[in-house]
Ligand binder design. Structure first.
Ligand code: TYD
Length: 226
C-alpha cells in the first residue's frame, strides 16, 4: 500500500499490500459500496484494484457461468463448493497474490466467507468448506472484511426486482441460513470481520464503511511502516 499524495492529512509509508473483502447477502448493495470505497481510497493516492467472486479471471468467469446457470439445478452441494473454490484458487494465483505483492489495496467482492455462509451454512455441508478453501487460498486471507448487514427479507425485496441467478433464486429459508452463517462469522472473527448496518441509504452506509476502512488502514500502516 502506497500513499503518494501530499494533500492528504496523514502520510502512510508502508510497502505491504492490503486485502479488503466485502460480504453480505444478495441485494445488500456491496457492489456500489465497494466502488465508492475504491474511489475514496484512490482519492487518497492509494493503488486500488477491484475484483469479484466467483470470477475475477477469464477462467473464473467461465466457472461462474457454470455455477450460476439457473439450469444447473442438479448440482451437488460439494460440486458447488469446489467450483467456487476452483474459481478462487485461480483468482488468488492470477490476480490477488500478485496485486498484494505489488503493494496494492485489493478490494474483493466476496471471498471465502461467502463459501462458508452460502455452502457451509446455506447448503449445510459445514466444515469441509473451510478445508477446501484453505487448499485453494493458502496464506492469502483478508486483512479486513466489511459485512453489509441486512436481513434476508429486505434483500429479497431488492432482488425480486431483478430476477435472479441459481443462488439468488433459492427460497427465503436458504437465505436465512446464509445470513445466520454470516452472523456466526462476525462472532468468530471480531478482529477482521466488521459489521455495517446495510439498511440505510447509500451515503449513510458508505460513511460507515469509510470510517472502518480509515481506522483500519491507519492502524495497518502503523504496523507495517517501511
Ligand atoms: P453475484 O451476481 O456476484 O451476486 P452478488 O452481487 O450478490 O455478489 O452472484 C454471486 C452468487 O454466488 C451470490 O448469490 C453468492 C454466491 N456465492 C456463493 O454461494 N459462494 C461463494 O463462495 C461466492 C463467492 C458466491
Amino acid at each position: 500500500m502506497r500513499r503518494t499524495r501530499s494533500d492528504t492529512q496523514k502520510t502512510y509509508e508502508v510497502s505491504a499490500g492490503l486485502f479488503i473483502t466485502f460480504e453480505g447477502p444478495d441485494g445488500s448493495g456491496k457492489s456500489t459500496q465497494i466502488r465508492l470505497l475504491g474511489e475514496y481510497l484512490m482519492g487518497k493516492g492509494l493503488d486500488v484494484i477491484y475484483t469479484r467472486e466467483p470470477g475475477g479471471t477469464r477462467i473464473g468467469e467461465k466457472i461462474r457461468e457454470i455455477i450460476l446457470d439457473p439450469h444447473s439445478t442438479e448440482m451437488d452441494p460439494l460440486t458447488e463448493a469446489m467450483l467456487y473454490a476452483s474459481s478462487r484458487a485461480q483468482h488468488v494465483a492470477e490476480v490477488i497474490r500478485p496485486a498484494l505483492a505489488a503493494g496494492c489495496v485489493v478490494l474483493c467482492d466476496r471471498y471465502v466467507d461467502s463459501s462458508v455462509a452460502y455452502q457451509g451454512y446455506g447448503r449445510g455441508i459445514g466444515g469441509i468448506v473451510a478445508e477446501v478453501n484453505a487448499i485453494a487460498t493458502g496464506d492469502v486471507t483478508p486483512d479486513l472484511t466489511i459485512f453489509l448487514d441486512i436481513g434476508p427479507e429486505a434483500c429479497f425485496d431488492r432482488i425480486g426486482k431483478h430476477g435472479g441467478d441459481r443462488i439468488e433464486s433459492e427460497d427465503i429459508s436458504y437465505h436465512q441460513a446464509v445470513y445466520e452463517g454470516y452472523l456466526e462469522l462476525a462472532e468468530k472473527y471480531p478482529g477482521r470481520f466488521k459489521r455495517v448496518d446495510g439498511s440505510g441509504g447509500v451515503r449513510v452506509v458508505q460513511n460507515a464503511v469509510r470510517k472502518i476502512a480509515d481506522e483500519f488502514i491507519e492502524d495497518f500502516a502503523g504496523r507495517n511502516k517501511t
